[in-house]
Every structure is written in C-alpha cells, then in structure tokens.
Design a protein around this ligand. Structure first.
Ligand SMILES: NC(=O)c1ccc[n+]([C@@H]2O[C@H](COP(=O)([O-])OP(=O)(O)OC[C@H]3O[C@@H](n4cnc5c(N)ncnc54)[C@H](OP(=O)(O)O)[C@@H]3O)[C@@H](O)[C@H]2O)c1
Length: 321
C-alpha cells in the first residue's frame, strides 16, 4: 500500500510502498483511510520534537488520526498511528462513529482542534455558562474552533486576539464578540486587554501562542493590592515560543490559575469523555453547520512536496487518500 513515511529522523518524508498492517490483537481494527489532517502535532512528531515523546518509532508512517471505513463498512474517525496511508490499525476505544451530513475531510480536520479547545475549556478551565473567555491566537484553525465551542458551552462574551486583521474580522461571524489586534505597541495591547477586563472581567484565557503575547496578557491582569477577579489561564499551544518571563510579583498580585491542556494533562476519564461525548457532539454540530471549518485538500501522491505547506487564514491541510 502507499503511505507517507519518514525513514530516519531529520530526513524528508517519502511517498512510499509499505506492507499493509495486520491486526494482532482483538483490540486492533483495520481501517481503510479516506482522509487525514496534517497538524502541528504530526509535524512535531515527525521531526522527533513532540513533548509527549511520541517519536520513538522511526521509521514511521506519519499521521496521528484520520477518517476511514472499518472492515464492517462503518465510517469512523479514529486516533491511531500511521494514518496518512491507505490502511492503518486503530484501537477499538479510540474510534468515533461519524453521523451522516459530515464529509470525510471536515471530519478529519475537526478532532485535533476539538481536543485543543473543548478539552481545555471543559476540563482545564471548567467553563461555566455566562463566562467571559479570551482566546489568544484565535485566528488559527484551533482558535477558530475554540471561539465556536466557547459559545456553544455558554460563554457570554468571547474576545479573540490575533495578528491577522482579516481573519480576526471573520471571527466576528463565527461568534467572537470582540477582537484585539496583537501587533500593536505592547502598552496599547496591555491597555486594550485591561479595558476589556475592567468592563467584563475575563474568567478564562485559552492560549495558543505563549511567548510575548502571553507575557503581555499576564501583565495586563496584574493587580494593585485590592481584590482581583479569578482568571483561569490555560496554555494549549506555543506557536510564538515555548518560554516566557513571568514576574513573581505579577503572579502574587492576582487571583490566577495557570495550567495547561494536552497529552499528559488529561485524565483517563477525560480522554474517555473525548471519544464518548465530546467528539460525537462536535461531529453532530459540524454536520448541521453549527461548527464551521475551512480546509485545503491535497492528494496522498503529492505528500512529499505539500506536507509542509503553510496553509494561511485558519485553514487545515487534509490529505485525501
Ligand atoms: N494541546 C492540544 O491539545 C492542542 C491541540 C491542537 C493544537 N494545539 C496547538 O495549538 C497551537 C495552534 O494550533 P492551530 O491548529 O490553531 O495552528 P494554526 O492553524 O497553524 O494557527 C497558528 C496561529 O498562530 C498565529 N500566529 C503565528 N505567529 C504569530 C504571531 N507572531 N503573533 C500572533 N499570532 C501568530 C497564526 O496567525 P496567522 O493566521 O496570522 O498566520 C495562526 O493564527 C499549536 O501550537 C498547536 O500545536 C494544541
């Protein structure tokens, strides 16, 4: 069968012929893959740099999840390994049935962003109806989904930040109530966040950027010795850097919960709920166009040249197989 393979860490990805996988245990299912998205996770694993250490088995077929058909004809989304391939093995409890009304490409694109938004909002932030949510880096694929899911979970106000003005304005159509441009002077950006926080205190911050903008947002929460509003800050991504400087005085001056959401932070029960409840619900919403995503489709045969393609404006690259 054809597959996207990296044979040695650091080498280019190849469109290669490999043997079809064969299930070895009752827990493993064979899936004929029809679509698989390329996410930061896949690029990071392929480069051997993902923090989860999911990079041990080089040579490997790329692709951490995808959509396809099981041997009994059921159409599913599945989390697995080596899914940018004509066939793959997936575990029974990492499979979600797809409803009619959602196409394979959309179903392949959505789940990583659901994990990167719903899991953070629901389990790490514990979002409540009527709360105010700020999404830092909202113009990316996951941020766009986060805006929509925050609203679905009952956020009264969603504030979206980003550097791309056109994408930011599009977020107003997807449910954002306010947009803040990140590429203004630091003091102006801090003032803009402080103004929002004074009028509608921010309950939850979902952060996809980390680095300098996260530093500025944390600085803008700094109190002055009086009681402050409790804010839960959840780090989900680090597009603009893995490190930041945080003043201890800043941290002591505010009622702040600082946490992260990703592989390793979720409990077994939360992971179970992702497959049993959260993804099925989000697929239903997408099937009814209540969650909207934009994709860029490429063919498996073009994977060698296109897999590192930069896809702008919050779209996700999806390989059709
Ligand atoms: N922990 C999890 O469960 C989980 C799940 C999904 C994703 N993630 C992580 O979340 C992050 C975002 O993922 P994604 O899928 O949304 O990626 P994406 O679609 O590639 O979006 C990246 C976003 O970062 C923005 N950006 C890049 N440099 C910037 C800068 N200097 N200032 C402001 N914005 C900047 C881009 O803005 P432009 O539109 O202007 O280019 C784009 O909106 C990644 O780090 C990813 O690994 C984590």
């Amino acid at each position: 069968m054809k597959a996207a393979v990296i044979y040695q860490k650091g080498e280019n990805l190849q469109y290669a012929n490999v043997a079809e996988p064969v299930p070895k245990t009752e827990n493993e299912l064979l899936i004929t893959v029809t679509a698989a998205a390329i996410k930061h996770f896949d690029k990071s694993v392929a480069s051997g740099k993902h923090y989860s250490g999911t990079d041990k088995t080089i040579a490997r077929i790329i692709g951490g999840d995808g959509v396809g058909v099981l041997t009994d004809g059921t159409r599913v989304f599945a989390l697995g390994g080596g899914m940018i391939a004509e066939k793959a093995l997936v575990e029974k409890d990492r499979v979600v049935l797809l409803p009619a009304g959602i196409d394979d490409v959309t179903a392949a694109a959505l789940p990583n962003a659901v994990a990167g938004s719903a899991m953070a909002l629901r389990f790490r932030a514990g979002i409540q109806q009527g709360e105010t949510v700020l999404i830092n880096g909202a113009t990316g694929f996951t941020g766009r989904v986060a805006v929509q899911i925050a609203k679905h979970y009952g956020a009264k106000k969603v504030i979206a930040t980003g550097r791309n003005t056109q994408s930011l304005e599009e977020l107003l159509q997807l449910g954002a109530d306010e947009i803040i441009y990140t590429l203004q002077e630091d003091e102006q950006f801090i003032t803009a966040i402080k103004q929002v926080h004074t009028i509608t205190p921010i309950d939850v911050i979902i952060d996809y950027l980390w680095g300098h903008t996260a530093e500025l947002i944390l600085a803008s929460l700094k109190g002055n010795g009086a009681f402050t509003h409790k804010t839960r800050f959840v780090s989900v991504g680090s597009v603009t850097g893995d490190k930041l400087q945080l003043s201890a005085e800043n941290l002591r001056s505010v009622d702040l919960l600082l946490t992260g959401s990703g592989l390793g932070s979720w409990s077994k029960e939360e992971m179970h709920l992702l497959f049993a409840e959260i993804l099925p619900e989000m697929f239903q919403l997408a099937a009814k166009s209540k969650i909207k995503v934009d994709t860029e489709v490429v063919a498996l045969k073009d994977i060698e040249t296109l897999w590192q393609m930069n896809v702008p404006n919050g779209r996700r690259l999806v390989v059709k197989i």
